[in-house]
Design a protein around this ligand. Structure first.
Ligand code: EPU
Length: 428
């Protein structure tokens, strides 16, 4: 029950090193099950979602050795179980990647339906199921929402995704990597972490081509071997600090990034009047005046990422003029607006559209993180606001940001984490 206390108003100056990509790590860790050998994975972000995925691997029988805080060695030779119960999956959505990975390894998997950030409405998995079935698995949803996928051995097939889905693309790649013959995923997602997973599996001996385009071809390979692999930098973590620097003002070098992955975010910041300079593996943000308005529509990669939408809303909340955000991926990703409004933001939401009338200044207030990226947005709001902001539900932020407090303090933010002692009244 920790909370963050932020005294706003400090400009940010200095350098921030970006960690490995959460959403790549969450696909690569279960992918290690496909090798009956040791995989050394470097640049793993030290975040709670990763810790849970590693715990699940261990429960399945893998030995995992921490080489240091960002490197692990996963030995999957002794993995013998193919069942993942709800108390392991309930914490995060990506636990469903064990369905694809276990299907790939054993031809069967029994995995409880996952938890994860709640963006309102359901988060369907029909495209994952369609993919597994096309590969020859019989998939049933049992009591207590357990996905039971059984096959006599997967056989490659063509799968057209009805909607561009990061999760379905990853799950099908994991299942198909060791299937017999050729699998073709059409209308595949193109996010950087899809390419990273393909590169990881290929370094284990898989034959995957086309990742990063909308047609991915996977020629199944029976035996995959161990490898050493380093995860790409986190696009969304980098984007979050880029927006933080743009909103708070100052000069911040965002280090260890792939500038190409940042293009949609860079383009919007430039449109808002922020100075953005790109180098080989870093991006410099310079901001010394009030940003100007812009419109945003979230889209699958290479469009503007939905996972940057709440953070960008904070920048637009203090921008000159009126901005419109169109959230086209998730049905309900504006729950954070209620919190931002407590800080003086003027935002009207109608379904998947938010209209933001920029105000010159936000004011500090007690707020909570409704989910991971909403939490990041609250921190940025706290950095730019007048006075003190307290952010509750830090547990969400821990899921995806390695040492966010340390990284922001290093560039001059006045932010600290405090433990909240629950009173008897609060507990009851
Ligand atoms: N969808 C379906 N059927 C499916 C799967 C998805 O209709 O079988 C729909 C969803 O309802 C949604 C759209 O397709 O409207 C896109 O969903 P997608 O499957 O791409 O999302 P995801 O794989 O569940 C990942 C990230 C999310 C990120 C989305 C979109 C991970 C672990 N999660 O989720 O990241 O918002 O892609 O880019 O990779 C985050 O990191 O904060 C986060 C929530």
């Amino acid at each position: 029950m920790d909370k963050l206390i932020i005294n706003g108003g400090n400009r940010l100056n200095g350098k921030i090193d970006i960690s490995g990509a959460k959403n790549a790590a969450l696909a690569i860790i279960p992918g290690a099950i496909l090798a009956q050998d040791v995989c050394r994975i470097e640049n793993i972000p030290n975040i709670s979602d990763v810790a849970i995925m590693i715990k699940i691997l261990q429960e399945l029988g893998a030995s995992v050795r921490s080489v240091n805080k960002n490197t692990v060695e996963i030995d999957s030779r002794n993995v013998q179980f193919y069942t993942v119960p709800y108390d392991m999956t309930k914490h995060l959505r990506a636990s469903y990647y064990f369905i694809g990975a276990l299907l790939g390894r054993f031809g069967k998997a029994k995995v409880a339906m996952p938890g994860g950030c709640n963006f309102g409405g359901v988060r369907p998995i029909d495209q994952h199921v369609k993919g597994f079935e096309a590969l020859g698995a019989v998939v049933t949803i049992e009591e207590n929402a357990i996905v039971n996928a059984q096959s006599e051995g997967l056989i490659g097939n063509s799968i057209y995704l009805d909607t561009v889905s990061v999760g379905a693309t990853i799950n099908i790649m994991l299942a198909a990597a060791r299937a017999k013959g050729l699998t073709v995923i059409e209308n595949a997602a193109k996010e950087p972490h899809i390419v990273d997973l393909a590169n990881f599996l290929n370094s284990m001996g898989a034959d995957i081509r086309g990742a990063g385009t909308d047609v991915i071809k996977i020629r199944g390979t029976e035996n995959l071997h161990g490898c050493t692999y380093s995860i790409i930098p986190d696009q969304i973590e980098a984007g979050t600090y880029m927006v933080a620097a743009a909103a708070a003002g100052g000069e911040v070098l965002i280090n260890n990034v792939i500038p190409k992955h940042m293009e949609s975010i860079t383009a919007k910041l430039v449109e808002c009047g922020i100075e953005v300079e790109e180098f080989d593996d870093s991006i410099l943000i310079k901001s010394d005046r009030r940003p100007t308005r812009c419109n945003i529509k979230t889209m699958p990669h290479p469009g503007f990422p939905t996972d940057m939408q709440p953070q960008m809303a904070v920048l637009l909340a203090i921008a000159e003029g009126t901005s419109i955000i169109n959230e086209s991926i998730w049905d309900s990703r504006f729950r954070y607006v209620e919190q931002l409004s407590r800080m003086g933001a003027t935002i009207k939401v109608d379904g998947k559209i938010a209209v933001i009338e920029g105000v010159p200044q936000l004011k500090g207030a007690p707020v909570k993180a409704d989910d991971l990226r909403a939490g990041a947005a609250m921190i940025i709001a706290g950095l730019v606001a007048n006075g003190t902001t307290e952010v509750e539900n830090v547990i969400y932020i821990d899921r995806g940001y390695e040492d966010i407090v340390g990284k922001l303090r290093n560039v001059g933010a006045d932010i600290k984490r405090v433990r909240v002692v629950e009173t008897a009244a609060q507990v009851s």
